[in-house]
Write a protein that binds this ligand. Structure first.
Ligand SMILES: [Zn+2]
Length: 108
């Protein structure tokens, strides 16, 4: 015998409006880029990354940049224009030397 309990409908809850949750690199470290060469624009394969401006110790405060729905973003510290390039790997950049490998620096 089945009870005729009131069916519960899930009410639409007000959730914080995050962007698309999919496609995020959960648990992965965010790629770091710098503009040591001083190029006007850097193509990157990730929409979310860190800009450090230049190689340490001349780096600016490491800022997290998120293009969101856009395909480019300008770093407020070093004014580097980052362009999203889907053809690149998530941690890659063009010029390739603009990728900063923290672990490589530590291992050196
Ligand atoms: Zn910067």
């Amino acid at each position: 015998m089945r009870g005729q309990g009131p069916e519960r409908h899930k009410r639409g809850r007000t959730r914080p409006a995050f962007g698309a949750g999919e496609g995020r690199m959960a648990g992965k470290s965010v790629p770091h880029f710098h503009n040591e060469p001083g190029v006007p624009a850097i193509s990157v394969g990730a929409k979310e990354f860190m800009c450090i401006g230049a190689l340490p110790p001349f780096d600016h405060p490491h800022v997290f940049l998120d293009m969101g729905a856009e395909t480019e973003i300008i770093c407020q510290y070093c004014s580097t224009l980052y362009r999203y390039a889907p053809a690149l790997a998530a941690g890659a950049a063009d010029p390739a030397q603009c990728v900063w490998h923290d672990d490589a620096a530590a291992a050196a």
